[in-house]
Design a protein around this ligand. Structure first.
Ligand SMILES: [Zn+2]
Length: 333
C-alpha cells in the first residue's frame, strides 16, 4: 500500500450519488402511470466463521514475514495453495521473475483459485499475501520486515474462509480468489514500484477471462475499522462500490462502511481496472479523521494482537452477501 499518495482531501459525496435508485421504474402502455417493481428479497448467505479467518491469519504470521524470496514466503505459498485445493477449488500458481525496488531478483507467485471454473458468470475476490520488507513508518528497527497481520494476512484469511463457505452452499455463480504477491514492497514516490504481482497478473490474464467485477480486501481485520469509499474505486468502478456499500448498509454496517470519499490510493485494484479492464474496488481501512491508514500501518505493531475478530466477521459477511446475491445470467451448470 502506497503511503505517499494523495490523502489530503476528503469530501462528502453528493447525496444523489449515494442514493442512486435500485428500483425499476417503468411506464405502462404509454400512460403516465408508473409502478415500482419491489426489490427481490436478498438471499441469506451462509455464516462466515471468523474464528477460522483468524486462525488463517495466525498461520500466516507464524510462518514469519512473507517477504518475496524468503523461506517464510515459500512456505506460506505452499500452505495457501494446499488450503484452497482442500476446499475443492482449482488452483493455479503463476510464477515469474521480478525485481524488487531494491534491485533484488525474486520469484513472484500469484495464486489463483477458481470455484466452478466452467461457469461463464464470475466474480473475482482478491488480496495481497506478501508482507512488507521494512517497517519504514516505525520508530525502531525500520529496516526489518513486519508481520503484516492486518496489512496482507487479514485479506487472505477472509478469502480462505470464503473458499470454505462456497463449497457448503452453491452461490450459483463462479467465484475466483486471487492472492497477489509483491504488493507491498514499493518505494514512496514511485507509484509503479507497488502492486507488482497484480500488475503482472493483469498484463498476463487469459484473454477470455472477464469476471463481472472484482473486490479487493486490504487491511480488513484491524480494531476500530473505518471503510470509506476509496477514491480510485469511486472513479473506476463506482457501480461496484455502490453495490458493496449498499449491502453493508443493509446488514447494519453503514457506520463502518461510511459514505465518505477519500482520495485515490494505489493498490492492487488499480492495475486490475486499468490493465485488465476488470471493474474492481478496494475495501481498505482508512481513518478519515486521522487521514491515515490503521494506526499500525508499516510498523512492527501490525501483529496478531491488533486483529479484531469482529472486523473479520463484518467484512466476511458483507462480501458473502454480495456474492450470494449476484444472480447469474447464463444457466448455471
Ligand atoms: Zn502495506
Amino acid at each position: 500500500m502506497n503511503t505517499f499518495l494523495k490523502y489530503s482531501a476528503t469530501a462528502l459525496l453528493p447525496l444523489a450519488l449515494l442514493t442512486a435508485s435500485c428500483g425499476n421504474n417503468k411506464t405502462n402502455g404509454g400512460t403516465d402511470t408508473t409502478t415500482t417493481k419491489p426489490a427481490a428479497p436478498r438471499v441469506a448467505a451462509p455464516a462466515f466463521a471468523y474464528d477460522s479467518a483468524y486462525a488463517h491469519i495466525k498461520t500466516q504470521v507464524e510462518f514469519g514475514p512473507r517477504v518475496p524470496g524468503s523461506v517464510a514466503h515459500g512456505k506460506c505459498a505452499e500452505w495457501m495453495t494446499e488450503k484452497l485445493k482442500s476446499y475443492g477449488l482449482t488452483v493455479t500458481v503463476q510464477e515469474a521473475p521480478i525485481s524488487l525496488p531494491n534491485g533484488q531478483p525474486v520469484r513472484m507467485k500469484n495464486i489463483f483459485a477458481a470455484f466452478k471454473p466452467e461457469r461463464a458468470d464470475r466474480i473475482l475476490l482478491l488480496a495481497h499475501w506478501d508482507s512488507r520488507a521494512m517497517a519504514d513508518r516505525d520508530t525502531a528497527r525500520k529496516t526489518e520486515p513486519i508481520d503484516g497481520a492486518n496489512d496482507g494476512a487479514s485479506g487472505v484469511g477472509v478469502l480462505i474462509e470464503i473458499a470454505r463457505v462456497l463449497q457448503l452452499k452453491d452461490p450459483n455463480i463462479g467465484v475466483d480468489i486471487l492472492l497477489v504477491d509483491a504488493e507491498d514492497q514499493g518505494n514512496n514516490g514511485s507509484e509503479d514500484s507497488w502492486c507488482l504481482g497484480a500488475q503482472y497478473w493483469a498484463a498476463n490474464k487469459p484473454a477470455n477471462y472477464n469476471p463481472r467485477f472484482g473486490i479487493l480486501l486490504d487491511m480488513v481485520g484491524g480494531q476500530n475499522p473505518v471503510f470509506p469509499r476509496e477514491g480510485n474505486s469511486y472513479i473506476l468502478a463506482s457501480h461496484v462500490q455502490d453495490k458493496v456499500w449498499s449491502a453493508a448498509a443493509a446488514l447494519g454496517f453503514g457506520n463502518i462502511f461510511i459514505n465518505e470519499q477519500t482520495g485515490p490510493t494505489t493498490d492492487d485494484h488499480v492495475p486490475l481496472n486499468k490493465i485488465a479492464g476488470i471493474p474492481t474496488i478496494d475495501i481498505v481501512h482508512y481513518d478519515t479523521d486521522q487521514n491515515d491508514y490503521f494506526p499500525h500501518h508499516h510498523r512492527h505493531t501490525d501483529n496478531l494482537s491488533v486483529i479484531d475478530k469482529s472486523t473479520l466477521k463484518m467484512v466476511g459477511t458483507v462480501v458473502l452477501d454480495v456474492v450470494y446475491n449476484e444472480n447469474p445470467v447464463a444457466p448455471v451448470k
